[in-house]
Design a protein around this ligand. Sequence first.
Ligand code: SF4
Ligand code: SF4
Length: 168
Amino acid sequence: MSFEGLSKESTDKRRTLLESIYLWEVVKGLAVTGRHLIHNIFHTGDMPTMQYPEEKRVYSERFRGRHRLMQREDGTPRCVACQMCSTYCPADCIHITAAESPDPAIEKYPAIFDIDLLRCVYCGLCEEACPCDAIRLDTGIYEIAADSREKFVVDKEFLLHNRTDGTR
Ligand code: SF4
Ligand code: SF4
């Protein structure tokens, strides 16, 4: 059938009076919605929805989740503030201020280590670039929420203690 034919067919179709005032169509639409509502109330097991937060989605093992900073045995950060991660980060969301370490065996430590989680694209390049295995994206945490933009910038203490309560 040609396009022209289709177009003519649709133009020729006359609306009935009931269709023209839409009332009957609205009633039919409400009936469909009501039918689904009643079905869903009595057949909750069939619904493709997840009862979050009681039910949590299981992500694949490859899913990374939010970052954490690794600690040495004495609780200090394993990070030596070399800036490799921030240099490689494509989103420019890692900000480190290096300071001289009180431990003569270690040259530097991060006095400040912030990550802006709103800019991060969770690519994992920071983890790959780190020569000290000091930063990992293996927490599996995907529930990242806060009520202001500033709270998505997580600091060293937050990352070291791997808090699980959203951002802060
Ligand atoms: S995961 Fe990627 S975007 Fe996020 S901080 Fe690391 S390097 Fe940057
Ligand atoms: S986390 Fe790793 S790559 Fe980043 S500054 Fe620290 S030691 Fe360097």
